[in-house]
Design a protein around this ligand. Structure first.
Ligand code: FES
Length: 274
């Protein structure tokens, strides 16, 4: 717990020159609702994704070639036959290693260092600060200048990795157009996989690092019309980055859940063709 306001170091909102208000906040509205919803939403996703990543069941529909994104790419001999689109360069893995272990750390790093998620969990989890005009409980502030938070500056490299993972997810979505007896097939699962991968691309391409990759380090946009156009499109997506961050958490869960239901024969895939 933080020290009572009166006993704190004279920093932040308690610095000399700031209004001498002992209460943490004078706000009477429900300022705590947004941080609370953020914590609940992030916690729900983390719990679901962790459980699903470790269970090693119902992640591949052999009939229609549906593979959940939590297990893609599946690169170990522990993967069920057919689910390894890129071969099995790794041997059998113990149960405590998720089968998606090659990309999960990069995806986690991409989301954890994301500018939006940083804002979300700094405010909601670390209370730094919890809301406008609500004093934070910490008496010291070092920003992102020291370990571990200085690692946040590696976000651009996680972005590069996320582009590769999005390409892999795209490949998975395309190979899932597979009929039961072979050849072309198309069902509700394809729609879900496709929508998920399109939204993953919108989240990835709306990244602030992508904006810099496309339009940064230029002196004159007029001399680089193609990059200016790309930067303009990314900038439009970027204005919705927070929405894409949340929507893609939802579509990832929905996609995995649907694949799980079909793979476990709990429901049948709604087939349109094949
Ligand atoms: Fe959010 Fe890059 S993914 S800022």
């Amino acid at each position: 717990m933080s020290a009572p306001a009166a006993e704190r170091e004279a920093t932040g909102v308690f610095s000399p020159g700031r209004a001498r208000i002992l209460a943490r906040t004078l706000r009477v509205d429900r300022w705590w609702l947004s941080p609370l919803l953020t914590v609940l939403g992030l916690s729900a996703f983390i719990i679901y994704a962790t459980v699903r990543s470790f269970v090693r069941s119902a992640y591949w529909v052999a009939d229609y070639h549906y593979l959940t994104p939590f297990y893609s790419p599946c690169l170990s001999e522990s993967c069920v036959p057919g689910s390894s689109h890129f071969g099995t360069p790794f041997p059998e893995l113990p149960m405590w290693i998720p089968l998606g272990f090659v990309v999960l750390p990069f995806l986690l790093g991409f989301r954890v260092t994301c500018y939006y998620y940083r804002k979300a969990y700094y405010r909601s989890v670390w209370f730094s600060p919890p809301a406008c005009a609500v004093a934070e409980p910490h008496s010291r502030y070092t920003g992102e200048t020291r370990l571990p938070l200085i690692i946040q500056n590696a976000h651009r490299y996680f972005f590069y990795a996320a582009v590769i993972v999005s390409l892999i997810n795209t490949y998975d979505a395309i190979t899932a157009f597979h009929g039961k007896g072979g050849g072309f097939g198309f069902g509700l699962g394809n729609v879900i996989l496709l929508v998920n991968v399109i939204l993953l691309w919108t989240y990835t391409l709306s990244c602030h690092s992508c904006r810099h990759v496309t339009g940064g380090r230029l002196k004159h946009f007029s001399a680089h019309p193609v990059r200016y156009w790309m930067w303009s499109q990314v900038s439009k997506l970027n204005t919705r980055h927070m929405q894409f961050a949340w929507i893609t958490l939802g579509t990832l869960v929905l996609t995995d859940f649907y694949v799980m239901l079909v793979a476990s024969d709990t429901i049948s895939d709604l087939r349109f063709v094949g």
